[in-house]
Design a protein around this ligand. Structure first.
Ligand code: SF4
Ligand code: SF4
Length: 83
């Protein structure tokens, strides 16, 4: 995959508030069949928990759902976790 260019909208830092994955109630899941790899989910994630290759780091994903909300292809679903 070619390198995506990011706009300077925000500069989140992974782990600035510790392992925010412990806050999570809902987990984002990316449907690769629907995804067009635009990278908007990674750009908007406030925890920088989505990598360039769209892998989600669940140690830091806090389950806010912003990625699902911003995805233009509706490729991200939020699934309730069993705890
Ligand atoms: S739900 Fe999505 S936007 Fe929110 S922290 Fe997790 S990966 Fe980032
Ligand atoms: S915003 Fe949606 S379509 Fe774009 S890379 Fe993320 S999951 Fe894929």
């Amino acid at each position: 995959m070619s390198q995506r260019r990011r706009l300077a909208i925000s500069r989140p830092v992974t782990g600035a508030c510790g392992k925010t994955g412990s806050w999570r109630v809902f987990s984002p899941l990316i449907d690769r069949e629907k995804c067009n790899a635009c990278g908007l989910c990674a750009m908007y994630c406030p925890e920088a928990a989505i990598s360039e290759d769209l892998a989600i780091d669940y140690d830091f994903c806090k389950g806010c759902g912003i990625c699902a909300n911003e995805c233009p292809k509706k490729a991200v679903s939020m699934e309730r976790e069993d705890k």
